[in-house]
Design a protein around this ligand. Structure first.
Ligand code: FAD
Length: 303
């Protein structure tokens, strides 16, 4: 409930414009957010991406944007992603770009998202860049998977995120394993009813392990996207962390653990974001893990 309240505060337009107009609050909150986002502009994202790449990490970069039903806004978001792909291409950054389909048209209609994704996939393919589609609320899962499958037939550089907590995911994985794109496995961030998804539990962790095992067995390109140290330790013991698998974590979350894993020679990827919607992103990070509030405040007062 607290986390849902925090998310609605973040979406409140009055609070948003109050923050944007406040000369004191705006820079202070942005400083706090910078523990979790690279900054407001593409240059900020590229700069931190380059620093991480030079330290031996892979990166995935996302332009954060509001969920939108306005076609013009979707086109703007798609153009922003095109610019990002072109910039990364010009710097020979053969890495990953991540996006939500609802930012590029899914909420207008799936056909719009599909044609925008095709345009992005083609550009990314030319530059040797991977595109990873995020997974959103369960009401959108069918549409997201449909758009992914259509694109994947033409562009193997497009991958998909699967939420281990959804009951339907065991069936989806059986199907998706026959598509070439990378599968990013996450536990699931959205609140869903119990007939649709299971909550955090030992059972969910076992399911997560099962899904990773299925992907590793057939040597499918896999992203193990979790900050769960115990789960990662278990996967190391079971030798799931093969050359075709990477461990992917959000920027600013458990960097100590990711550094340690990189030092041990595993493929490690950092998921970076940039954009003006950083306040919503910051609230999401605090909502999912309230201790992040202390980290953000520490960042705020750090000289
Ligand atoms: P949890 O069971 O939530 O936590 C296990 C332990 O990990 C915690 O006890 C804590 O020690 C540590 N931990 C977890 N989260 C945090 C945190 N925020 N700060 C500090 N420590 C933490 N979800 C979707 O629904 N759709 C997506 O497309 C999606 N994409 C993602 C992409 C990446 C690269 C990552 C890493 C996550 C993504 N998620 C997505 C979020 C995911 O579903 C989980 O909500 C999130 O990763 C937290 O779950 P967990 O596996 O880390 O483990």
């Amino acid at each position: 409930q607290v986390s849902e309240a925090l998310k609605s505060i973040a979406r409140n337009q009055h609070i948003k414009s109050y923050i944007q107009q406040s000369n004191e609050l705006y820079p202070l909150l942005l400083k706090a957010a910078k523990r979790f986002i690279t900054g407001e502009s593409r240059i900020d994202g590229i700069k931190i991406a380059n620093e991480l790449i030079s330290k031996g990490y892979f990166i995935s970069l996302e332009y954060i944007w509001e969920n939108t039903t306005d076609l013009k806004e979707c086109i703007k978001a798609k153009d922003q992603f095109l610019g990002l792909i072109e910039k990364m291409g010009s710097l020979s950054m053969n890495q990953t770009v991540s996006l939500d389909l609802s930012h590029i048209g899914l909420s207008v209609n799936p056909g719009t998202a599909s044609s925008h994704l095709l345009e992005l996939a083609q550009k990314a393919y030319q530059h040797g860049i991977t595109l990873m589609i995020s997974m959103e609320e369960s009401a959108k899962t069918d549409d997201i998977l449909d758009v992914y499958k259509k694109t994947s037939k033409h562009y193997p550089n497009v991958g998909i995120t699967i939420q281990a907590n959804l009951h339907r995911s065991s069936h989806d994985i059986q199907e998706l394993i026959h598509y070439p794109g990378k599968i990013r496995m996450v536990k699931g961030a959205y609140q869903e009813s119990s007939d649709i998804a299971m909550s955090r539990s030992k059972e969910l962790n076992n399911r997560y392990l099962d899904f990773i095992e299925q992907l590793i067995e057939v040597n499918h390109p896999t992203s193990i996207a979790t900050h769960d140290e115990i789960l990662i330790q278990e996967m190391r013991q079971r030798q799931y962390l093969t050359h075709n698998a990477e461990i992917e974590m959000l920027y600013g979350i458990r960097p100590d653990l990711l550094k340690d894993l990189r030092g041990k020679g595993y493929n490690c990827k950092v998921y970076l974001t940039y954009g003006q919607e950083w306040f919503l992103y910051l609230c999401h990070r605090i909502a999912e893990y309230p201790e992040n509030l202390y980290i953000a405040v520490a960042n705020m007062i750090d000289p």
